[in-house]
Design a binder for this molecule. Structure first.
Ligand code: GLN
Length: 195
């Protein structure tokens, strides 16, 4: 059995819990930092990154989350969750949890495209992965060691760096759970003892 948490301070928590369900996965709704000790991987949901950050500070999650990621435990951020993971944010002096070498711009699709749904070609997953974009960020730059997994209109919308996975869209709001299955696989692989 593997234990995967969903950070439950704000945002689309229930949908992620549903998307992660699998026979060998125990999904943990994470409301206290002590729960991080019981999980093998963690999802940062979408929502509002500034609100989420405020709650991370308020409930003493900042250091424990940093520590969790620094140990190399897998983290998957969707939309606002990806903003939390970026080491650089366009127009902001300070990043949040800052674990991935990506530069992210918030609300970057502009007014006409504030929210839309599309099929994406995602490396290692499929050619027709459903993504819902809601006031979505764009990954403007990906550092060395970051694998770009998907682009939309020439812009990076999904990337992976070792144990860290980030996407601009909300796979949890669709019935297409392949992004989550991919993350579960990442978690499983991170737990395998090297031969
Ligand atoms: N625009 C939000 C932010 O900047 C993210 C939107 C989302 O998660 N759907 O935090």
């Amino acid at each position: 059995m593997i234990n995967i948490g969903v950070l439950a301070l704000q945002g689309a928590v229930r949908e992620h819990v549903k998307a992660l369900q699998a026979p060998d996965v125990n999904v943990v709704v994470v409301k206290k930092s002590e729960q991080l000790d019981q999980i093998d991987g963690l999802v940062f949901p979408g929502g509002e990154s500034t609100t989420m950050r405020r709650l991370i500070n308020k409930y003493g999650f900042y250091e424990p989350l940093k520590h969790f990621a620094e140990k190399g435990k897998p983290v998957f951020g969707t939309c606002a969750g990806a903003i939390l993971m970026a080491k650089e944010l366009v127009g902001h002096k300070e990043p949040h949890i800052a674990v991935m070498d990506i530069t992210v711009e918030r609300n970057a699709f502009g007014r006409q495209r504030e929210s839309f749904e599309t099929l994406l070609k995602v490396k290692g997953i499929g050619e027709d992965v459903e993504g819902i974009f809601i006031r979505a960020p764009i990954i403007r730059q990906a550092g060395e060691g970051v694998d770009v997994l998907a682009e939309y209109d020439g812009e990076i919308v999904a990337a992976r760096q070792g144990p860290f996975l980030a996407c601009s869209y909300h796979p949890e709001l669709t019935d297409d759970f392949r992004m989550h299955q991919y993350f579960v696989k990442m978690v499983r692989e991170s737990m395998e003892v090297p031969a």
